[in-house]
Design a protein around this ligand. Structure first.
Ligand code: SAH
Length: 225
């Protein structure tokens, strides 16, 4: 899978893509990430990327041309399955979207900043808009990182234990069961006996019961869905 990220702050991504599972998936050849500095696509001498909003609101708006030139250049090089804009008014990001996007070849992710981007970019180029929650970040970069991480960890072969992503929260519409490791007894706080029993069927039943319990206590809305 190839992901092209359009941003005013490409340096923000190096830490995230240089560590852990994202780093490993790049090394394994399962993921290619390219960040593009929108500033490099300006035609103006001063490399201007934002301007005052028409109608006189506070804040600056990212201009059409540099973003349009960057997207158009990429689209000349290959076909994209989705051109995504990160935005608080986008579709709330859920696990099913991560699963779906993990199966496509090429995506573009555009990160806004300041007051946002000129609406016409959204009309002309954007095929999908994603929000990571009902709060406003300073820019789309952290939101894009969250989306990329969630997408990449469900690409087959990325996680060492293939089944591991399947037992995570949300994959089956439920929250995950609690997990434990050694020691079995920490200052009197014991691991549930059933997990030490070796009885696979009992363990499976216990996990499902815990998932249902957790989901009904913490996220009853998931059970309604
Ligand atoms: N004026 C906009 C917010 C701009 S915040 C509004 O009220 O909707 C600047 C940029 O940060 C946005 O363009 C978007 O790319 C990103 N951003 C902020 N919050 C986000 C969220 N919850 N999810 C995804 N992207 C977000």
């Amino acid at each position: 899978m190839r992901i092209d990220i359009l941003t005013l702050f490409p340096d923000m991504f190096s830490g995230v893509f240089g560590n852990s599972i994202l780093k490993r998936s790049i090394q394994k050849g399962l993921l290619e990430v390219h960040t593009h500095d929108i500033r490099n696509f300006t035609l103006s001498k001063h490399r201007r990327v934002d301007d005052y909003p028409f109608g006189g609101e506070a804040g600056m708006v990212m201009m059409i041309e540099p973003i349009a030139r960057c997207i158009e250049q990429l689209q000349l090089e290959r076909d994209y399955d989705a051109v995504i804009f990160m935005s608080p008014d986008g579709v709330p990001f859920k696990q099913n979207a991560a699963n779906r996007l993990s199966m496509v070849e090429n995506i573009i992710i555009l990160c806004g900043h300041y007051k946002g981007i000129d609406e016409r970019i959204r009309e002309i180029y954007i095929t999908e808009e994603i929000s990571i929650g009902d709060y406003v970040l300073s820019g789309g970069e952290i939101a894009a990182m969250a989306v990329v991480d969630a997408v990449v960890r469900v690409i087959p072969g990325v996680l060492n234990d293939e089944t591991s992503a399947l037992s995570d929260s949300f994959q089956d519409g439920l929250l995950s069961a609690p997990v434990y490791t050694r020691p079995a007894d920490y200052k009197g706080h014991k691991v549930p006996d059933v997990l030490l029993s070796g009885n696979e069927r009992l363990i499976k039943d216990w996990k499902l019961e815990q998932q249902l319990l957790r989901t009904s206590q913490r996220r009853p809305d998931l059970l309604e869905d």
